[in-house]
Design a protein around this ligand. Structure first.
Ligand code: NDP
Length: 335
């Protein structure tokens, strides 16, 4: 049973050498006498930015010497839990290893598998990041047709969906991303009205004024730091900021200070943090909304799939250096 372990707690940017691959052993049967336990063959693992936060020493975290864990898609090989049968596909929290024994499967969800939708989608568009985009945009932002929407890290797992949801209801949408390829993708594939490469802008305030001369109604925050400061100066009265993530800060020992918070008062802005875990009850409604849109091609997604558990550390690091184009997935289909 190959596993990806955390070697040491991480400071700064995560590196491949912070993790290591080891060969463990496992009996491919749920232990006799156990109850509520399932044995999984992991098929796809999700590379998520929050995993960096779990690598800090001072957070409830991954343990050096133990496998990483996170969201994934798996097949049930054996089960002593009444909700899961051998042969079921599931998504939810599993280990970064070929096979996992899960003793508390409350974070596993059965996939009613539709063969026209790739199973890997349950790490992204149909999984945790998809529900994040859906609940964050529709529930937290309260969008209205015709509003001006800005999304950062727009070509990633969450961002690409937020932009498409905003277009679906008739908003004007601009995204920022870190390369020309990503900027092109936002406009050509996901239908963003405009997009820009934030790495080429020395003045983010001027860039936002260029794309939003009339100001921003909704900012879907995925990066934090300097971008948030620039956005605050460009919000419209009664604007909303959904604070979903701040990836630019996860690799910093000391977070950057935000200078323009007084704009919250002048512009009567509602800035609200949220966590997708509070929205799990919406999952059935979300699937009912999204599956038809995927089937009729109205909503699409781009995945960036790296193969093989031995490439797990490299795949995870891509999310922090921005090499991923779309949802970063690690496939174990050939392991
Ligand atoms: P992505 O697929 O968007 O991958 C991360 C991207 O972030 C990279 O591709 C890179 O793109 C960008 N990035 C990395 N470092 C920086 C930086 N220093 N400054 C600006 N951009 C950077 O990830 P996800 O869609 O999975 O997640 C996006 C955000 O949403 C994260 O902050 C994550 O923590 C958060 N999140 C929050 C949830 C919640 O419940 N609140 C749930 C899920 C995700 P680029 O080339 O554009 O730089």
């Amino acid at each position: 049973n190959k596993q990806v372990l955390l070697k040491n707690y991480v400071t700064g940017f995560p590196k491949e050498s912070d993790m290591e691959i080891v060969e463990g052993s496992i009996t491919l049967k749920v232990p006799e006498g156990s109850s509520d336990v399932v044995l999984l063959k992991n098929l796809y693992l999700s590379c998520d930015p929050y995993m960096r936060i779990l690598m800090y020493k001072d957070t409830p975290s991954f343990t050096p010497g133990s496998p990483l864990y996170g969201f994934g898609v798996a097949k049930v090989l054996d089960s002593k839990h009444q909700d899961f049968q051998e042969g079921d596909y599931v998504w939810g929290v599993t280990g970064w290893e070929e096979y996992s024994i899960i003793s508390s499967p409350e974070n596993l969800f059965k996939i009613h598998h539709h063969t026209d939708v790739p199973l890997s989608y349950y790490t992204g568009i149909l999984g945790m990041p998809g529900l994040t985009a859906y609940s964050g945009f529709f529930e937290v932002c309260g969008p209205k047709k015709g509003e001006y929407v800005f999304v950062s890290a727009a070509a990633g797992a969450v961002g690409q969906l937020v932009g498409q949801f905003a277009k679906l209801i008739g908003c004007y949408v601009v995204g920022s991303a870190g390369s020309k390829d990503k900027v092109d993708l936002l406009k050509s594939k996901f239908g963003f009205d405009e997009a820009f490469n934030y790495k080429e802008e020395h003045d983010l305030d001027a860039a936002l004024k260029r794309y939003f001369p009339q100001g921003i109604d909704i900012y879907f925050e995925l990066v934090g730091g300097k971008m948030l400061d620039a956005v605050l100066m460009n919000m419209r009265v009664h604007g909303r900021i959904a604070v979903c993530g701040m990836i630019s800060q996860y690799t910093k020992e000391e977070h950057e200070g935000i200078k323009n918070t007084a704009c919250l008062i002048y512009k009567r802005i509602r800035m609200q943090g949220f966590n997708v875990v509070d929205y799990y009850p919406l999952y059935p409604k979300f699937l009912e909304f999204l599956l038809p849109q995927i089937r009729n091609g109205e909503i699409s997604c781009v995945e960036d799939i790296v193969g093989g558990l031995e490439n797990g550390a490299a795949a995870l690091v891509r999310v922090f250096n921005g090499h991923n184009i779309g949802k970063q997935v690690l496939s174990l289909m050939n392991d």
